[in-house]
Each structure stands twice: as C-alpha cells, then as structure tokens.
Design a protein around this ligand. Structure first.
Ligand SMILES: Nc1ncnc2c1ncn2[C@@H]1O[C@H](COP(=O)(O)OP(=O)(O)OP(=O)(O)O)[C@@H](O)[C@H]1O
Length: 226
C-alpha cells in the first residue's frame, strides 16, 4: 500500500489545516473478515479543504475503509477521529458532521424527489428548506423529476438524488463511494467541479473511485489499496 501526495506543493502533512483543527485522523486501522485483513494498518489524515481519493482494484478494501471512516463499522484495531472526537455513527454530533453516500440512498415510498431533499434540509435546520432543495435539485439536474417518486427514477437519476442528499445539508466531512458511478460525461465534469468547490468551502472529502480523471482533477492525496 502506498500513499502518494497528489499535489506536492500543497502537502497537507506539512502544511496542516488552515484553522488548526485536525480533521479526519485514522491511526493503524485494521479490519479482518475471517482470517483475511481487508484493511491492514492504514493511517491517514484528511483536513478541512482536502480531498483524499482511495484507489485500487475490486475487493481491495476501499468501501470497507470508507465504512470504518464514517463510523458505520468498527475496526478490529486502530482508531478513527474527526476533529479529535471518536467516530461513532450513533453519536448525533457525528451524524451532523458527516455526510455519507456509500450505496443508493434509502428512500421513502410516498415522498417525491423534492420532498426527500427538502426533508433533509429541514432536518438539518436550514432556513428556506424548499427553495434550497429546489436549488440543489437544479444543480444535480433533477428539476424535471422533482415531483416523481424516487422508484420511478433512472439509475443515474437515483444516483443524482443521492448526491443531492449529500449536497443539501451542511457537513464537515463528506464520504463518497464511487461518486462518478452511472453519471454521464457532463455529470462527471460537473461532479469534479462541485467536489473541488465543496473542498474550497472547507469540507474534508474522502472518496473511493475507479475514475482516474476524477481522481486527477479533485484529489490532493491518493491512497492506493490492494
Ligand atoms: N461483511 C463482509 N464479510 C466478509 N467479507 C467482506 C465483507 N465486506 C467486504 N468483504 C470482503 O472484503 C473485501 C473488500 O471489499 P470492499 O467492498 O471493501 O472492496 P472495494 O475495494 O470497495 O471493491 P470494489 O472496487 O469492487 O467496490 C472483498 O474481498 C469483500 O468480499
């Protein structure tokens, strides 16, 4: 396993976060499935404003590591903290801080696309939840589908709804598994630009990706697994 600073002039290991607040820190994280160490002694740090890309072949442990980094599963060894605090998804503060898109987002059968996004905006206490949700749907290209039920969306549109669910809410740490999946070329170009902007606005981002161009365009750090 290797860790390659992708943008040498902006090596965060030496520069640190602008605010002085440590972001996401994983120390010697290990996860076994049976006798196999799928994640084996990984240490990393991603500070506000930085993007870390996890790359590697199928089954190399990217999703497992992402799940550990969000607190969804516990490592067998090692520790993960966000701003110095242990990551535990049962902690409401952690759930406010961390926005996650690992699989297709779960949806309610009776709520429209717009109602889903608006519900999240309200849950996170945003003013003007409806116009904010409409603006995010416009951004992800789902304005025409706002009144549809999520089950009627195409697979790429469902993925865009998942991205909208992440973008509509405030978050310090954003964790995405293959955010480029099922997006067309224009969607991938938009995604690169949007993730860069999210980081510029101060989010720490960790993503797993098989899209070399996306990684090249957005990642400050690349961690190769496998
Ligand atoms: N709950 C589990 N029980 C047993 N094995 C598991 C479990 N979850 C994942 N694995 C195994 O761990 C390995 C890593 O899986 P993971 O999903 O993390 O890979 P990945 O790098 O995300 O792959 P892909 O690029 O295909 O999405 C795989 O061999 C997988 O079968």
């Amino acid at each position: 396993m290797s860790k390659v600073p992708h943008v040498p002039e902006a090596d965060p290991r030496t520069s640190g976060p602008a605010s002085g607040t440590p972001g996401l820190v994983a120390t010697q994280v290990r996860k076994l499935f049976g006798e196999r160490a799928v994640v084996d002694g990984i240490s990393l740090q991603v500070d506000p404003g930085e993007v870390l890309a996890l790359v590697g072949g199928n089954g190399s442990g990217k999703t497992t590591l992402l799940r550990i980094l969000t607190g969804a599963i516990d490592p067998d060894d090692g520790e993960v903290t966000w701003q110095g605090r242990s990551l535990d998804e049962s902690d409401p503060w952690v759930r406010r801080e961390v926005a996650v898109l690992l699989d297709d987002a779960e949806t309610f059968p009776d709520l429209s696309v717009l109602e889903h996004v608006e519900l999240l905006a309200r849950a996170f206490g945003l003013d003007d939840a409806r116009p904010h949700a409409q603006q995010v749907l416009d951004e992800v290209g789902l304005t025409r589908q706002a009144g549809q039920l999520p089950t009627s969306l195409s697979s790429g549109q469902r993925h865009r709804l998942g991205l909208a669910s992440v973008l509509v809410r405030p978050a310090g740490l954003v964790v995405l598994d293959e955010p480029e999946q099922r997006l067309d070329d224009a969607g991938r170009t938009w995604l690169s630009e949007r993730l860069r902007r999210l980081a510029d606005d101060g989010a720490a981002i960790v993503l797993a990706s098989h899209d070399e161009q996306l990684v090249e365009d957005v990642a400050h750090l690349v961690l190769e697994l496998g």
